[in-house]
Design a protein around this ligand. Structure first.
Ligand code: PLP
Length: 405
């Protein structure tokens, strides 16, 4: 099937280059095509399927919610909405007092940016070049990668910094010293699609100290890495530095519903006790998204999936170290069940890799921009499935590397 035959756009792609994937069902770590092909999902689709495919507990919760209460409005109060907000504030660090619900990750970042402007009265924001914060105009302006460039000019006052997260001090701290009028600093706690870059605790502390010194709010984008991906509820817990706002999406519902959220510390939230919170969405806290999120959080907890991501980390890391025997494989960075492996391949070989993976029945994230292969299997994956999948990915890399030679 080609993209031309279909009446909708494929995203982030020229339509001629799109790679349509027919998908009809999913169970556990696999999804299926209508021809019965089983694809091992080492990417958790678009990084959201943390509880795997076809999870009946989450599906039942959504069905029951649809029967009970399917329609809502922003000012409506219903029990599941209260319960989810309470649960998210329990998972957040101490001192968080309010949740703002969104439809996904982009508008979570969009909302955090608006809140920062309203609370600080400052319009500037700093983010990193190696980042993605979403597709809507404000979130795209914050994003540092190629996806911003196509729609420039973006929001005025957004600056990007080329930073090295392996250092003990962020360059953003230096920029804050000179810039002035900065209301917010946005960083992915662990960089996801731009190559899995893991900061040092000192780096994160330098960001926190610099934001405090200059009165800027620190926002951690946990859209891709939140909800167990790195072996803790939130990735920033590894670095013992807490932000002022946390933006969430993707695995908040494990992919079974449409929902994002901004978790807000009380020192920020208190501003809106007597000032208007100038933001809102028709589908704010839509009951089906809320039900999916509540059920997903229960599954993560009951099945010990967060601990499981930490337990499986050494197996993932060991396999990736073995891959270094291949000439085209470089360094890997691993945290929980998220890995980024540097591949020294031509752009042509990079373009061939998704097809070589697909032929072997594997889905993973091939990122020619940063030259990295990103793996993010469901947290429910069995060790044998993971090992089998990793062997297939290695074969696919060998195949495209040979063609290169
Ligand atoms: N932030 C990060 C770190 C992401 O990876 C993404 C999506 O890939 C987003 C924000 C945007 O989320 P959404 O696509 O749900 O709007």
């Amino acid at each position: 099937m080609s993209a031309h035959e279909l009446p909708f756009f494929f995203t982030w792609s020229a339509q001629n280059d799109a790679f349509p994937v027919e998908i009809s069902a999913g169970f556990g770590s696999y999804f299926e095509t209508p021809e019965g092909l089983r694809i091992l999902d080492l990417g958790s689709l678009t990084y959201q399927a943390n509880a795997g495919h076809g999870n009946q507990r989450i599906i039942e919760a959504v069905k029951n919610q649809a029967d009970r209460l399917c329609l809502s409005m922003p000012s409506a109060v219903y029990p599941e909405k209260v319960e989810l907000a309470e649960r998210l504030l329990e998972i957040a660090p101490p001192g968080y007092s309010k949740v703002f619900f969104t439809l996904g990750g982009s508008d979570a970042n969009e909302t955090a940016l608006k809140i920062a402007r309203m609370v600080t009265g400052r319009f500037k924001a700093i983010a990193r070049y190696r980042s993605y914060h979403g597709a809507t105009m404000g979130a795209a302006s914050l994003s540092g990668d190629w996806r911003r460039v196509a729609v420039e000019p973006g929001l005025p006052g957004v600056l990007h910094v080329l930073d090295d997260m392996s250092q003990s001090r962020s360059r953003i701290a230096d920029v804050l010293d000179y810039e002035g009028n900065v209301g917010a600093v946005f960083v992915e706690s662990v960089v996801g699609a731009n190559g899995v870059l893991i900061p040092t605790p000192e780096y994160m502390r330098s960001l926190r100290n610099a934001c405090d010194a200059h009165g800027a709010l620190l926002v951690f984008d946990e859209v891709l890495v939140g909800f167990g991906r790195t072996g803790s509820w939130f990735a920033f817990e590894h670095f013992e530095v807490a932000p002022d706002m946390i933006t969430c999406g993707k695995a908040l519902t494990a992919g079974y519903g449409v929902l994002g959220a901004v978790l807000v510390h009380k020192r920020v939230a208190s501003h809106f006790e007597s000032n208007v919170l100038a933001s809102g969405l028709t589908h704010y806290a839509h009951p089906l998204g809320v039900a999916a999120a509540l059920a997903a959080l229960k599954v993560y907890e009951e099945d010990g999936l967060i601990e499981r991501a930490a337990e499986l980390e050494p197996s993932l890391r060991d396999a990736l170290i073995e891959w270094r025997a291949l000439e085209t494989v470089g360094e890997s960075r691993v945290l929980g069940l998220l890995s980024g492996t540097e591949l020294h391949l031509s752009q042509k070989a990079f373009r061939r890799l998704p097809e070589a993976l697909w032929r072997r029945g594997v889905h993973a994230h091939v990122k020619p921009g940063p030259g990295v292969l990103v793996l993010s299997p469901p947290l429910s994956i069995e060790l044998e499935e993971l090992q089998e999948g990793l062997a297939k990915v290695r074969e696919a890399i060998e195949e495209v590397s040979k063609e290169e030679a």
